[in-house]
Ligand binder design. Sequence first.
Ligand SMILES: Cc1cc2nc3c(=O)[nH]c(=O)nc-3n(C[C@H](O)[C@H](O)[C@H](O)COP(=O)(O)O)c2cc1C
Length: 218
Amino acid sequence: MLSKLPGLAILLVIGLALMISFGVAQEASAIKLLAPQLNSGKLLMQALKERQSMRNFSEKPLALPALSNLLWAANGINRPESGKRTAPTAMNRQEIDVYVVLPEGIYLYDPKEHVLKIIASGDFRKLCGRQDFVAKAPVNLIYVADYAKMGSIEDETKKFYAATDAGFVAQNVYLFCASEGLACVVRGMVDRDALAKAMRLKPDHNIILAHTIGYPAE
Ligand SMILES: Cc1cc2nc3c(=O)[nH]c(=O)nc-3n(C[C@H](O)[C@H](O)[C@H](O)COP(=O)(O)O)c2cc1C
């Protein structure tokens, strides 16, 4: 069939195919996560025994099943009928968003679609914290509170609830990592202004904590 196309049309088709493939190589795109595997991991009591902060990471990327389970454990929807999540929030405001900083870009976890939406292409890991391991570990989660979702309570109360609610997400991640033999450390030391700019956050969005995750260094 190709032989019947005029030469110019063939060149155009080849050119278009090349442009598309280069475009895909340069720009990170959304990542469709896998359904959570509910029968994996250690018993809760064993995970509690092993929960700890670790700061020596392998640079190996996190496999998609592990990344998918991690995000669902962090703050996924565990009761689809009500849309409620693995982590509680004050007055069920669900104000904590989990951003995911991977070597290829910054993503926002969408728990309804169980997908990572692309926010920015490129390696922004250096902005996630000043400790050396942060820029090398394969995953940094950033817990962001959207104050606009918290109604008309006082700012001090918003701050208190947002910090508490992010803490629950962080503990889910700690337990998931302990259960799966992953290394992680939650971090308050973050240059919030620089990171917020890269993440294109709105004024109502406040970075609460960062959490570095990966396979333990060998
Ligand atoms: C709110 C909060 C902020 C933290 N910030 C940092 C941090 O910026 N850098 C870091 O290396 N560890 C940080 N940590 C981890 C603590 O240092 C760690 O939890 C503590 O030393 C106890 O160790 P464990 O988690 O192994 O029990 C933070 C922990 C919490 C709860």
